[in-house]
Each structure stands twice: as C-alpha cells, then as structure tokens.
Design a protein around this ligand. Structure first.
Ligand SMILES: [Zn+2]
Length: 308
C-alpha cells in the first residue's frame, strides 16, 4: 500500500478507535453512577455496571452486524415451515413475557433462523432479539415442547437483565485493557472493543446463579404459554446426548449444574398446575429472513430502540 495512504488510513483508524473507546468507557462510567446495583426478578442482588438501556443499544448493534454477516455467508435459513413453528412458539412465550413484564412490550421481539446444522445453540439478547440454530433440530432433535423450554430459558436471561450483568463483568475486566490498547496504538485491541457488544451479549458463559434463575423463570413462562414443563427435563437429556457426538455450544454458554435436571423435575408438579389449557394467542414476533426484515421488527421505528 502507498505509505501516504496507509498513514491516512491509520490516522482515521486511530480516530475511530479513540471514539469507540470513549463511547464505551463513557457508557460504562455513566452506568456505574446511575445503576451499580439491582435486584433480579427472583430477588437476587445483581452487580449492574451497564444499564439495561446501554445493553439494549449495544445488543441491537451486535444483532444487526450478526444478521449482516449471516446474510453475506448465506446462512440465513429459508424454511417457511420451521419459521412458522418458531414464530408460533416464541410468539406465545413473548405474549406471556409482555403480560408479566409490561415494559418489554416495546422490545424488538424478533428471531433469526441460522442455517448451521452442526451448531446446537440459541440465544436471546437484551431487547428481545433471538436466534435459533438449525443444529437444535438436526443434532439435538428437539421437538416443539423442548424448543419452547429452551426459548423460555433464553428469553428469561433477557428479562432478568443477564445481558447487562455479563456486559458489566466483561467491561469491568477489559476497560483497562482497552485504554492501554489506545495508548499503545495497538490495532489488535480495537477488534476486542468492536466485538465487545456481541461477545458480551451472547458468547460469555452465564453464572450458575443466572442459569438457575433462567431455569425457574423459563419453565414458568413456558407453562403459562401452554407448554409441558416435563419437556424442560427431556431438553437437558437431549443436550447431554448431543454432547456425546460433538461440541454443544449451548452447554458452554449455559453451564449446567449436576443437579439441574433433578431441580427442574422437582418443579414439574407445581408447573403442571399453572400450565395454561386455554390457547395463548402468539405475539407477532418478526422472523428475520434478510437484512430488510430488521426494519420491520416491533419497536424498531420508535424514538428509543428499546425502553425499560
Ligand atoms: Zn442459560
């Protein structure tokens, strides 16, 4: 490359880097001032250095870039039958979530279906942006009842602000590293900063306490949406079976306590009592088939991308 052009590119890159770091650090600092501590829906104390608003905004950026990348790699799954199943199941769960957590009515509830048969994974970011990998059906052989349990669990992580909690831990441990990277003009560090939102939202393992919390909220959400609570037990059996023949990404981001299935099994009788027999009308969750669908997610056109 022409040395003059490289120098100009480096100067511009450096400016972008400083701007990004300033934004991240300012967001973290402001959040520390306004919300250092919070209480989860089950009454657990949470250290929240990142406000739910910042988590939602950063998650939105991560989601948009994830969808763009999947589109470029032709990994967005075009399967109308599966799309209908996923839309119905997540829609019924979201209808109950909005009932119980009214502020989530303004979330951008949407699901991207990912064509990746060997990846056993699903997630829900802050603000209601979800993903389902085809490996859940191809490698783990989940049925509709089990998909309802896994998505109930994922939605519960978002309802309980676990995204913000995970971002807080990562920001607290990496802010110094990012600042040092600026001082050293280390361009490798910017990749950490730019990828931070996505990594923080979906790639870090949840804590055991967060897992127990999402299990509890999730099985209840699914029961109220009409789904069989016993599927929460068979879901984890199938995950363990799938892990026998290859890596299961879901298990690494959702560490499983040894007694998880026993705890879920013990919840089943009480959940059967609250399982709704009447049909629950689904909320119109947006299925993301291409980049253009991102603009049609509920709440997308409001002044605030996600309100709390
Ligand atoms: Zn989990």
């Amino acid at each position: 490359m022409n040395p003059g052009l490289r120098a100009r590119n480096n100067a511009s890159y450096s400016f972008e880097l400083r701007r990004l770091v300033k934004r991240l650090l300012t967001a973290a600092a402001v959040s520390v001032l306004i919300s250092a501590c919070a209480t989860s829906p089950t009454g657990r104390n949470q250290l929240i250095l990142v406000s739910p608003e910042v988590a939602a905004v950063e998650s939105q950026k991560a989601y948009v870039s994830t969808v763009q990348q999947l589109d470029a790699e032709q990994k967005l799954l075009d399967d109308p039958e599966l799309a209908d199943r996923v839309q119905l199941i997540t829609g019924r769960l979201v209808a109950i979530a909005i009932d119980e957590y009214p502020h989530t009515r303004d979330w951008e509830w949407s699901v991207v279906l990912i064509d990746d048969p060997s990846t056993v994974n699903a997630w829900c970011m802050a603000g209601g942006r979800m993903a389902v990998y085809s490996g859940l059906f191809k490698a783990a052989h989940l049925d509709d009842e089990e998909l309802a349990q896994i998505m109930g669990h994922e939605i519960s992580h978002a309802l309980a602000n676990h995204t913000a909690e995970r971002m807080s831990v990562a920001l607290a441990s990496s802010a110094g590293v990012i600042a040092a990277g600026v001082a050293a003009e280390n361009t490798g560090i910017v990749l950490v900063g730019a990828a931070l939102a996505a990594k923080l939202a979906i790639e870090l393992p949840n804590s055991r306490k967060s897992e127990a919390e999402a299990d509890q909220i999730g099985i209840e959400l699914a029961a109220k949406a009409g789904y069989n609570p016993a599927a929460a037990v068979s879901l984890w059996q199938k995950m363990e079976l799938a892990a026998g023949s290859g890596p299961v990404e879901f298990l690494s981001t959702h560490p499983s306590p040894d007694n998880r299935r026993e705890k879920l099994r013990a919840m089943v009788p009480e959940m059967l009592e609250i399982q709704r027999a009447a049909y629950v009308s689904p909320y119109p969750v947006t299925i993301i088939r291409d980049e253009a669908d991102l603009a049609s997610a509920p709440g997308q056109n409001s002044a605030s991308p996600a309100s709390y």
